[in-house]
Design a protein. Structure first.
Length: 297
């Protein structure tokens, strides 16, 4: 575990039962719960600050499983220090939202619980990491895979529910599950959007009112890129048009925009039947990501 995240060990009660939901704080308690209940469980991994997108995942899990568990954990391994410290933490509200959406259990460990001082593991997917190299986020995805592997081993779910907002993360998780024969079925769910198209995200809570007004430029650019491609434009032309739309918004700064085949993450070509347009954009000092996936032919 990175030294900066180590501190005084936090030891909350391992299990707290409320009227209709159980909150588990200790890793050992979650492991025992998973051993007894995992075979009938649908798991919804989250960073917390739950919103309607998470609610849709929980409701989907409720419809398909006997038991539903929601993890609420701001994972330090997938953030730079500043972003980690600023990430919203709203556990009491999250528990209430999870309960109302149909969850039976909320797993909310501390960083010290998940990553004791001796933790020193990582998971690497060389083939996909190579294709995602332009994003320069290998460290981030290693952190995502580490926490998801731990959650799968603790909860032992039959199904796990993820939104489509981060397709690279989802592809890496699916590859990890396949490579290590993890007995979990990955359930992919549509992105939930605000009325102006902005993808729902816990990070949206960090936006100032001015930044929130600027943020829908990401979706507008994605829709414009999709329209260009559907009309037969070359990917380079579509990308140029998207960058122009984003550049017109003074608070927006594109970090990474790509048009790729969603199955291989290679650039779309004549044999591609589907396209994925992905954009990571800084709105002020907040990084937001979104994508659209569609059939080319």
């Amino acid at each position: 575990m990175p030294k900066r995240f180590r501190g005084k060990r936090i030891n909350p009660p391992p299990i707290v039962k409320t009227k209709k939901i159980t909150v588990i704080r200790a890793v050992s308690a979650m492991q025992r719960w998973g051993g007894k209940n995992g075979a009938a469980c649908g798991l919804v991994p989250t960073l917390g600050a739950l919103h309607e997108g998470h609610v849709s995942l929980i409701k989907k899990a409720r419809a398909e499983n006997k038991t539903v568990a929601v993890s609420v954990f701001v994972n330090p391994l997938q953030f730079r220090e500043k972003q980690y410290l600023l990430y919203p933490r709203t556990l009491a509200a999250d528990v209430e939202i999870a309960k109302n959406a149909g969850a039976d259990v909320v797993f909310a460990p501390s960083a010290e619980q998940m990553y004791p001082a001796e933790f020193d593991g990582e998971i690497v997917v060389p083939s996909l990491f190579g294709r995602l190299k332009p994003q320069k986020l290998e460290w981030h995805y290693k952190g995502v895979l580490a926490v998801v592997m731990k959650l799968f081993n603790l909860a032992r779910p039959r199904n796990a529910y993820f939104g489509l907002k981060d397709p690279h993360q989802l592809a890496l998780i699916e590859k990890m599950v396949a490579d290590f024969n993890i007995p979990v079925r990955i359930r992919k769910c549509p992105t939930v959007r605000e009325g102006d198209g902005l993808a729902r995200s816990s990070r949206n809570a960090l936006l100032t009112p001015e930044e929130r007004r600027a943020a829908p430029v990401i979706y507008r650019a994605l829709v414009a890129g999709k329209r260009e491609l559907k009309q037969g434009a070359a990917p380079a032309k579509a990308l140029a048009g998207m960058r122009k739309i984003i550049a017109a918004e003074k608070l927006a700064r594109p970090e990474h925009i790509e048009i790729v085949d969603p199955l291989t993450f290679a650039p779309v070509g004549g044999k591609s039947h589907e396209a994925l347009i992905y954009a990571a954009v800084w709105i002020g000092e907040k990084r937001l990501a979104d994508n659209v996936r569609f059939r080319m032919k």
